[in-house]
Design a binder for this molecule. Structure first.
Ligand SMILES: [Zn+2]
Length: 474
């Protein structure tokens, strides 16, 4: 079976070559598989696929060919979770989550990395490189380790620290620059729109189809940065149709971007065929903030061609969706992933989705990768979910009457409640309350004795938590 690279704009073709990602005309290339060359029908292919172990490489006939074992960490084969409790919240009967958080490095990109790195080894590449603000760096670095070749990451401004640390743990070399170094330019650059990489990403949609018994869902919601995941989904659906894995490609694709940097959604709303690069943008969630998405025009075509839509969601809506998803389905998503849930909610409200339709949301990455957003979320959930009891509650009560020094508190607990502790115990409680943001301590006031003593004050959060906790006291 043959395969070749084809330009998405001018149609020019090239033989498969890992170093090729753009056509001479400047547009991205995709890998075309000669379906007829397979010589088998859909039914037969389904059986062959079904006989292989789960994972990306199960769909061998629709992937680039390499000699030898794939470079794998066990990516793909992720759970398609029926989300009944979330569905009840949103008023939908048939929601599914494609839970990509369980991939080896915690994101869907591992599917692209296994294919790209396998092909890189096949082409005798000696070093891998990428530009990244987070997830791509972590994923590529892990697969480079498995392949036994070095990985160099150009860390872009605004990168997410935890994910970059993840790449560092996988022994990547970090260069804080948006330009490739000329002296070091010997590596193979992995972009999320590389044709082989896209083919790896495509397998999440192939899995969705297979998990739904080859009956395509009515809609798939996918967050967009460069647009690679949506492009891959579109490619998977069209290939599945032309090879006879599904009867009809009837799935509507919904692309999602976060407000602050949503050039694809803006182009869609304005009816444009091309995405205009954004000069002014806010990078709220760095990993999906792509001001100049190179796959923009393909994504627009895919969305329109599938009768889907492009939806923009706000920061607060995204954070609330993280919480909603976690508490209804036990899936902790990072903001980029939860954005698909936020968009689904909007689509339901706008009447774009019928209540009985089968809808899949791609949960592309794990919330564990983004402690900063988790902290934001925790702030949002005050005071509803934070309660204190026992000595801490008594300390808050005393501080609500007046601010006090530690020693004063110690004495007051004794006189007001008959509680007797050693002094350090009080300071232990105080430091925990400080960390929870329920109290603050001010530096010593001028002229107060000779000892460095701090006065403790109740914060607004502390006041709310106190009220909530007192209401719950028996
Ligand atoms: Zn071209």
């Amino acid at each position: 079976m043959k395969a070749w690279l084809k330009c998405t704009r001018c149609g020019r073709t090239y033989p498969p070559d890992i170093e090729l990602r753009l056509c001479e005309c400047g547009s991205p290339l995709i890998l075309i598989h000669e379906i007829e060359g397979l010589g088998i029908g859909g039914t037969e292919l389904k059986k062959i696929i079904g006989s292989r172990p789960p994972g990306v490489w199960r769909y061998l006939e629709l992937l680039p060919k390499a000699i030898g074992e794939p470079v794998s960490l066990g990516e793909g084969g992720t759970y398609l979770q029926r989300a009944e409790r979330l569905g009840r919240e949103l008023g939908l009967r048939n929601i599914y989550l494609k839970n990509e958080t369980v991939n080896p490095t915690g994101s869907f990109l591992d599917r692209g990395s296994t294919v790209e790195v396998t092909m890189a080894l096949h082409s005798k590449v000696r070093c891998l490189e990428c530009f990244s603000r987070g997830n791509l760096a972590a994923s590529l670095a892990a697969y480079a380790v498995k392949a036994g070749i070095p990985c160099r990451v150009y860390v872009l401004p605004g990168a997410e620290q935890a994910k970059i640390l993840q790449a560092l743990a996988y022994d990547a070399e970090l260069i804080y620059s948006s330009r490739r170094s000329d002296q070091l330019g010997d590596g193979h650059l992995v972009e999320p729109y590389n044709p082989f990489f896209l083919d790896g990403l495509k397998t999440s949609t192939l899995e969705i189809l297979e998990q739904l018994d080859w009956n395509p869902p009515d809609a798939i919601f996918i967050t967009m940065g460069t647009g690679s995941n949506l492009t891959a989904a579109w490619k998977a659906l069209s290939e599945a149709e032309s090879i006879g894995l599904i009867e009809e490609n009837s799935t509507r694709l919904y692309g999602v971007q976060a407000s602050g940097c949503a050039p694809i959604v803006e182009a869609f709303k304005r009816g444009l065929d091309e995405v205009e690069p954004k000069k002014d943008y806010k990078m709220i969630f760095p990993d999906i903030s792509e001001p100049n998405p190179i796959l923009g025009s393909i994504v627009l075509k895919a969305i329109r061609g599938s009768s889907g839509s492009a939806i923009m969601v706000g920061e607060d809506e995204i954070l609330k969706s993280i919480k909603l998803l976690a508490k209804t389905e036990g899936v902790l998503a990072e903001p980029a992933a939860a954005a698909s849930i936020a968009a689904l909610k909007i689509a339901v409200d706008d009447g774009l989705i019928d209540r009985s339709e089968r809808v899949v949301c791609m949960i592309t990455g794990s919330g564990l990768k983004d402690p900063a957003s988790m902290r934001e979320l925790f702030k949002l959930s005050y005071p509803k979910h934070v309660r204190v009891s026992g000595t801490k509650l008594k300390i808050l009560k005393l501080l609500s009457e007046r601010s006090m020094y530690g020693y004063e508190l110690w004495k007051s607990l004794k006189t007001a409640y008959g509680l007797e502790f050693k002094l350090p115990t009080i300071y232990q409680h105080l430091s925990e309350l400080l960390r929870m943001g329920l109290i603050v301590s001010k530096p010593p006031e001028k002229g107060f004795g000779r000892r460095m003593v701090r006065k403790y004050h109740l914060t607004e959060s502390g006041r709310r938590v106190l009220v909530e906790s007192l209401n719950r006291e028996p």
